[in-house]
Design a protein around this ligand. Sequence first.
Ligand code: GLN
Length: 482
Amino acid sequence: MKAYTRLSEVRADLKDGSLVLEDLLKHYLQNIQQCKDLNIFLEVYEQEALDRAREIQDKYAQGTAGRLAGMVISVKDNICHAGHKLGAASKMLEGFESLYTATALQRILDEDAIVIGRVNCDEFAMGGSNENSAHGPVGNPHGPMRVPGGSSGGSAASVAAQCCLASLGSDTGGSIRQPASFCGVVGLKPSYGRVSRHGLIAFASSFDQIGPITHSTEDASLLLEIMGGHDPMDATSSRKAIDSYSAKGETPKKLRVGYIAECLSNKAVDSEVVDRHRGLIEELEAMGHEVVEVHLEELKYLVPAYYVLTTAEASSNLARYDGIHYGYRSKDASGVESTYTKSRSEGFGPEVKRRIMLGTFVLSSGYYDAYYAKGQKVRRILKEKTDALLSQCDLLLSPTTPGSAFERGKKMDDPIQMYLEDIFTVHANLAGIPAISLPLFVHSQNGLPFGAQFMAPAFAEKQLLDFAHNLMEARSFKTKEA
Ligand code: GLN
């Protein structure tokens, strides 16, 4: 069976009868079996997905199938799916089952997408390597001893390993884009408020967004168009109209792209990442775009501000896991206090505990002004700076990650090193703007993929996606010619 990389290819083959949905499902199920060692899937909905494939094939034949008929997706283990287990890759939610479906997922299901399974991630979406899972680490399909990135590592790996066509992930500080970069796929974090968070397990509520991981910008656009938009169940979801992201823009617009100089001059960035981005700048100019250098002197404050603010929010969001309401309860619990302390001590993993402690600390009286209030000020300054930059440029360019996928275990003993991985991705979450990672490069030394990141003004997803689409097309045209 051919390796499909976009829904339009699947639909073309369904239309001319050369493909039957059930066979596509079986093909993906076989691939899942073959890459079992990568530990991507926590659960595979084999029978359910096959039944649904038959049902949708019938609908297709009758001309009543939805816009996503033919799309097989995986779902990160922090997005609710009614009647299915949900664990945030934590022991804390052991045995928990969703009572309702997240709005974003429901909208996709309503258009006849098929969910093939639930995928691994970092516990409560905290991490950048998918090594913080209660179910063990995930391997990168491009090199099993390399990390796939995190926290949506299972999502990106499932797409890269051809176990499904697309995946739903979540991004609080890069968790869609960084794994997309490491696995060589497309990852889109929408503007804050573009996609409903109803049914997403909360990590840091003023940062979290659900978004797609795909092979193509075409499918990312289609998924966003379908899952985005106002939802009465999420007061922070925007009422702004959804553009037709999937409609092909007319003649490609010539844009003004600002590359952030500090991101390329940063010593922590792999020299090949820098060189390839310099090459990309020339390529963009050759395509007729104007590329200008812009400055973000505040870059070094972003990771600290992100970790102060997100841990504060997490410490509050995770207070609900008390050993009583959800999932895990310690066997040794007796009385209220020991139920709380024992269940939380045994149920949460080390990284989640570190963040709850950090968050509690930065919110505590006496430290609030020094940390939390200061973090908010940095966020405000960054927002203003970003607005100013994006009033001069249409898009901002930076690498997605300082390097390609690192080896498993390499950064586990040093949380600061791990946190610094997020240096280029947290910007978009702090500022609430959309950002996409495009799989443009392969590292000449280790053969691993890595991405370029483009950011746009809040709710300018249409402009971002049209641009990304044209760039990817120009790229594939060049590769075909070569
Ligand atoms: N790596 C970042 C962190 O650990 C991003 C996580 C995320 O986006 N969910 O917080």
